[in-house]
Ligand binder design. Structure first.
Ligand code: SF4
Length: 334
């Protein structure tokens, strides 16, 4: 994939920033955040949100200020209330609990996570052993596993391959979490295939376009960077992966920060080129804050490096759109 530098490269001695593009919000995060905003507008606060809507401190704090209440489980939501399920997806039993509690659920699961859920159900219906590559305890993994708990075995990276047991080596498929490192996942798949030569692959990539694109551009610039600053939260899988990918691809150092003020002056000592990117759940104003911080320290020349253009958008959850239209119609006839 070629890359486009939208500004002329600076001389080697100049202090410069290579700003990765695409970075920040993906289509699934954009939709999930807008879902909570629209729900607050339509129903009024409070709107309950099960788990962090997306894994970003700043986004969660901003929605809290607007009237969203974040909970861990449905049983913390008063019966009859609105509850939004996060972008990471939920197991079918969570929908069932919401029904039992008479909650009005709005499902903001990213459609690309829903796709993995469907794959899990389809292979489970054919009684495959499904090897789900992902991080133990991550919400998305818990949700996907809940679709077919009897058939799914978690494989948490290449080191975990040796522990995997299957019932029938002729009927094994791998699926994955959407936000993993592409290269590490392929290492895990190679290891699994050595053990199970008939291992089948998912019908299409489970690691989503946004994760892949953000890693791709980081790989393109990493070798030129003394330091890579990734804006994102520590519980954001795709953000953490960006630091790892940067280091593997040649950046001399790499750090994850939620806010510009977390950057330590010592990280920039002797650096002439700083890479900047952000995870898929990060609003761009946080990146602007980092660029301002760097500019104050002489890193005023910013070259945006673009590896691919993203155009994907997702429509809002059906149940929300239905209520928005009903309100519009009621207002029009009033
Ligand atoms: S990172 Fe990928 S899977 Fe997750 S919300 Fe964004 S587009 Fe969807």
């Amino acid at each position: 994939m070629g890359c486009v530098r939208t500004m002329e490269p600076m001389s080697a001695a100049a202090k410069r920033v290579l700003l990765a593009k695409p970075r920040g919000y993906c289509a699934g995060v954009d939709r999930a955040v807008e879902t909570v905003e629209k729900a607050l507008e339509l129903y009024g606060p409070p709107v309950y949100v099960r788990k962090q809507i997306v894994h970003n401190k700043h986004v969660v704090a901003t929605l809290e200020e607007a009237g969203a209440i974040f909970v861990e489980e449905n049983d913390e939501v008063p019966p009859g209330s609105i509850v939004v399920f996060s972008a990471h997806g939920v197991a079918p039993e969570v929908h069932e609990q919401a029904k039992q509690r008479d909650l009005k659920a709005i499902d903001a699961t990213c459609p690309l996570v829903t796709k993995v859920h469907s794959e899990a159900r389809r292979f489970a219906a054919q009684d495959y052993d499904i090897l789900l590559i992902g991080h133990d305890g991550h919400e998305e993994v818990i949700g996907t596993t809940g679709e077919a708990p009897e058939n799914i075995t978690l494989v948490d990276g290449p080191e975990d391959v040796k522990n995997v047991k299957v019932r029938d080596e002729n009927k094994v498929v791998w699926l994955s979490q959407t936000t993993l490192s592409v290269d590490e996942t392929m290492d895990t798949v190679d290891g699994l295939r050595q053990r199970f030569p008939l291992l089948q692959s998912p019908p299409s990539d489970d690691i989503c376009y946004a994760t892949q694109n953000r890693q791709q551009v980081v790989k393109e610039i990493a070798d030129d960077c003394d330091v890579m600053l990734v804006v994102g939260s520590t519980n954001s899988s795709n953000s953490v992966r960006l630091v790892e990918v940067a280091l593997q691809a040649g950046s001399r150092a790499g750090y994850l920060v939620d806010y510009a003020h977390e950057i330590q002056e010592s990280w920039l000592e002797g650096a002439t080129t700083v890479g900047v990117t952000s995870g898929a759940s990060v609003p761009d104003d946080l990146v602007t804050g980092v660029l301002e911080f760097l500019a104050e320290r002489g890193f005023t020349d910013v070259a945006e490096v673009e590896s691919v253009k993203e155009k994907l958008t997702f429509s809002l959850p059906r149940e929300l759109v239905r209520d928005m239209k009903a309100k519009e119609a009621a207002q029009a006839s009033a």
